[in-house]
Write a protein that binds this ligand. Structure first.
Ligand code: ADP
Ligand code: GLC
Length: 487
């Protein structure tokens, strides 16, 4: 089985969020199960810098507005999974993030940047006139809006081609642009239709993928249901419900070696499920490093997150003060909406011994908070899967979460029954509001003060198998069922 895995980010080459973690680890898990996988990714500078054993594979000509691009073949630095990077300096080699310029605005030419990614992916998926010839995939696995146009190109190519799978990691990002991009990107005008890629007078990359892909997946079973409802569907619920029988919810796994408190190079001490002593030293080191009072009894509440409406951290800000008065500490790492950043920074100024706020992206600190905190706070309003709550489980840092998406599918509330059953791993809020967050934190603090119960909750989470194996097999089953269907 040959799989072309198309993504706009993949750890450790480039990362802005969970998509990168998935794109870094799922292809490796598929490869481990015997699949022949290649990642296709834009050739941002950091991708070109970090690829191992890279060399020019071929030049692809005739791309709308761009002309030609070079295809570089290399390997993932850690797993050795083959990567094809699209080298086109005018599109991808610039300061800023993959999606935003240095002042945080979306790049104006994003439709061209990701239209090109989608188009190259489509051409590489053709079974006739393939520009590469030497490696022709059975499946093209697209991820989020950035590769949403690939299935459209394939549909209208009228050529034999790979079957397409679209994974929705977050329906919030629809990739909507003005309709004149349809022509500019070389898409057939008939695709711009309600039964096609038109979305409220614009074109939507994601709707295109949802409409034309052979199969659709999303990153948790609960989110697969949620997106078919008006509350979570962003106007796409009708189309999604119409394709409901083809939507598979597969919970993400995590990279168990990268996220392992027993071997994590970013931690001051190692620990594991059989010996939690080291976690206390990691907490002490974190408190010292962040300038917090090095008090082992103070419950340390950790946050690592994008600071956006989705993540619900405004609820946490709203209830933080009473918690600080009760002796809690907060360690937050994240960035995003200016108002939230400012709110947390003010809190840190007012309570310097108890609150540490780091704005920005910091990989080592994200591991240190995950390990050094006692409780992980993740009150998302919606969460397709979420990886941080799983990192929390793995690091013995029970998460407090809302009952939505992958949070509902990966965290089991702690109460007398689940404690008795040995399934308690965290705390699930009854409703997504500040009051219920506070109630859940209080419930967690009550158990925190009873070390024997607390360690039970920690150990339950740390013993969970959160790796990719089961989910990667589920993807392989979908691929197999698609390739067994005759054209
Ligand atoms: P999302 O992709 O919606 O942001 P996930 O929980 O799926 O949420 O994944 C977020 C990923 O990004 C995790 O690996 C998390 O550790 C990481 N992350 C988020 N913010 C930061 C940050 N400021 N610094 C370092 N890593 C971060
Ligand atoms: C998106 C979602 C997040 C998910 C990640 C990886 O960023 O917001 O919930 O874990 O994709 O699938």
């Amino acid at each position: 089985m040959r799989i072309l895995f198309v993504t706009s980010e993949a750890y450790p080459l480039i990362k802005t969020g969970g998509l990168a973690d998935v794109s870094g680890s799922l292809p490796a898990a598929l490869q481990h199960l015997g699949a022949d996988v290649r990642i296709l990714i834009p050739g941002y500078q950091s991708v070109l810098d970090k690829l191992k054993n890279s060399h020019l594979l071929t030049t692809i000509h005739g791309l709308p507005m761009v002309g030609s691009v070079e295809l570089i073949l290399g390997e993932m630095p850690d797993t050795g999974v083959p990567v094809m990077a699209i080298s086109c300096p005018s599109l991808y080699q610039r300061a800023g993030s993959p999606y935003l310029d240095t002042s945080g605005r979306e790049w104006e030419d994003n439709p061209l940047r990701f239209g090109t990614l989608s188009q190259v992916a489509a051409w590489l998926s053709l079974h006739e006139d393939n520009p590469l010839g030497s490696w022709i995939p059975d499946i093209v696995h697209c991820n989020d809006w950035q590769s949403g146009l690939t299935p459209v190109h394939l549909y209208y190519s009228n050529k034999k081609c790979a079957k397409s799978v679209l994974s929705i990691h977050n329906l919030l990002f629809l990739g909507c642009y003005s309709a004149d991009w349809v022509k500019r990107l070389g898409l057939p005008t008939e695709s711009y239709h309600m039964n096609g890629l038109e979305y409220y007078g614009q074109m939507s990359f994601l709707k295109a993928g949802i409409y034309y892909a052979d199969s659709i997946t999303t990153v948790s079973p609960t989110y697969a249901h949620e997106i078919q409802t008006a509350e979570y569907g962003f106007g796409m619920q009708g189309l999604l419900a119409a394709r409901g029988h083809e939507i598979h919810g597969i919970l993400n796994g995590i990279e168990m070696n990268e996220w392992n408190p027993a071997t994590d190079p970013h931690l001051a001490n190692a620990y594991d499920v059989t010996n939690l002593e080291g976690k206390k030293q990691v907490k002490h080191a974190l408190q010292t490093q962040l300038g917090l009072a090095p008090n082992s009894d103070s419950p340390l509440l950790g946050v690592v997150s994008r600071l956006t409406h989705q993540k619900g951290l405004d609820m946490f800000l709203a209830v933080a003060e009473p918690l600080l008065h009760q002796g809690c500490q907060i360690a937050l790492l994240g960035g995003g909406e200016a108002e939230l950043e400012a709110g947390f920074k003010q809190l840190a100024q007012r309570y310097p011994q108890q609150v540490s706020v780091t704005i920005g992206y910091n990989e080592p600190l994200s591991h240190q908070i995950m390990a050094g905190a006692d409780i992980f706070i993740m009150p998302s309003r919606f969460e397709p899967c979420g990886l941080n709550q799983m990192y929390g489980l793995r690091y013995g840092t029970p998460p407090i979460v809302t009952r939505t998406g992958g949070l509902a599918d990966s965290v089991q509330d702690s109460n007398p029954i689940t404690l008795q059953e040995g399934t308690a791993t965290g705390f699930v809020m009854v409703a997504p509001d500040a009051q219920h967050l506070l109630t859940s934190i209080h419930r967690a603090l009550a158990y925190f003060r009873e070390p024997r119960i607390w360690q039970k909750i920690q150990r339950n989470g740390m013993s969970r198998d959160l790796g990719w194996d089961r989910s990667a097999k589920a993807y392989l089953e979908i691929y197999s069922s698609l390739t067994s269907i005759a054209d």
